[in-house]
Design a protein around this ligand. Structure first.
Ligand SMILES: [Zn+2]
Length: 390
């Protein structure tokens, strides 16, 4: 390790420690972490745009190092983390802790403040180069609840810089470039009936029965997704999937239930819209209620979260660059989702490549190692020196 790399590594850990102590749970105001990052960037003379979402109390952040009128590279990551409730942590999850063996524990170390810390730590290095292409930082909020923040950032990009050449999404992938993932849509459907004493069912309207019929429809549709719909061998399973994940209804065994709620989740292969499949379940719910023809039965629905699939990257130049700067061969797909499909949808070729392992994400004692952070720094250094300087 050179003196330079040692300094960067120590710097990355101290930035990570600062980021981890902000309890940036999804669906919460995030002005504290935004203010910290903004102040950090301004220390190096990097201006940044704080882009508030419609919620008004939380924001995305976008910053550019290098000539913004040239086409450059986006480093994209999310600032929010998942909760720690009910998890058995050996250390304070919101305090970066050296747990030995080069491991550093804390909520968000892998997913994905480690990536953010590396990007921020490299800013002085980026600035020391004569960049001909810019590097952009795109940090978003509320990713963990269905990429809700980044859709408010992407439309502003044309006002902030020239159309970027590519986006590197830093979701933990063991620093292996990943070329595609499935899309997702989660919905909730509620049936509202009429309560009555169980001794005379005809006086009520049972909300559990239509919900049950809908669940069986979904089970059958899921089977057809495998046999009759688009399959993609890059994924395991190769078909789009649909499941009923939560069902809640009724209050007591001697009352006709007046309410039943079911949540469904669709994960779709590229080329198949998850929302379109979810819409079939919604249409069926409508049909079930219509067929019952009862004034005492109604229904409602809402989308809980949604993001598109990432189409397999076909940009050979980008794949070659990612394999060179990461030092490993790319991988066709992963089972989790990211904001990469949204960037791709905006015409920005996107790949996933971040330090740490997804198997540690969302779990107790999440950690990242110092060498994983160093490898990510080295990847960013190559991106800047080999692809942004001429
Ligand atoms: Zn994540």
């Amino acid at each position: 390790m050179t003196h330079h790399q040692r300094a960067e590594s120590a710097n990355t850990l101290s930035i990570l420690a600062a980021l981890i102590q902000f309890k940036t749970l999804s669906e919460q105001p995030n002005h504290e972490i935004i203010a910290w990052i903004k102040a950090y960037l301004e220390k190096f003379g990097v201006p940044c745009s704080v882009l508030f979402g419609p919620e008004g109390d939380r924001a995305n952040l976008f910053a550019t190092i290098g000539p913004k009128e040239q086409s450059g590279y986006i480093l994209s990551g999310h600032m929010d983390v998942v909760p720690v409730e009910g998890q058995d942590w050996a250390t304070d999850p919101f305090c970066l802790t050296d747990v030995g063996g080069g491991r550093y524990a804390g909520r968000g170390t892998s997913d994905m403040k480690g990536y953010l810390a590396c990007a921020l730590a490299m800013v002085p290095y980026f600035q020391s180069l004569d960049l001909k292409r810019p590097i952009h930082l795109a940090f978003s909020y509320d990713e963990e609840i269905g990429c809700r923040g980044v859709p408010h950032l992407i439309p502003t990009i044309p006002d902030l810089c020239a159309q970027p050449r590519a986006c590197l999404v830093g979701e933990p992938s063991d620093l292996i470039p990943v070329l595609s993932h499935k899309g997702k849509c989660a919905i909730e459907i509620s049936f509202h009936g009429k309560a009555a004493h169980s001794s005379d069912p005809s006086k009520g309207e049972n909300a559990i029965y239509p919900a049950s019929e809908l669940v069986l429809f979904a089970k059958d549709l899921a089977k057809r997704l495998k046999t009759e719909w688009l399959n993609d061998a890059r994924f395991d399973p190769s078909e789009s999937t649909l499941i009923a994940g939560v069902i809640k209804g009724g209050a007591a065994v001697n009352i006709i239930p007046d309410h039943c709620m079911v949540q469904f989740e669709v994960r779709s292969v590229p080329g198949q819209s998850a929302k379109e499949i979810a819409d079939l379940v919604v249409e069926k719910a409508q049909q079930i209620v219509k067929d019952r023809d009862s004034l005492d039965l109604s229904w409602s629905t809402k989308v809980l979260s949604e993001y598109p699939a990432l189409f397999p990257c076909e940009n050979a130049e980008l794949i070659a660059m990612m394999e060179r700067i990461s030092g490993v061969d790319s991988k066709p797909s992963v089972s989790y989702g990211t904001e990469a499909g949204l960037f791709h949808g905006a015409g920005i070729p996107s790949v996933i490549c971040g330090p740490g392992s997804i198997t540690r994400a969302h779990r107790a004692n999440e950690f990242i190692t110092e060498s994983e952070l160093q490898d990510c720094n080295a990847m960013f250094a190559k991106l800047a020196s080999d692809y942004c300087c001429h």
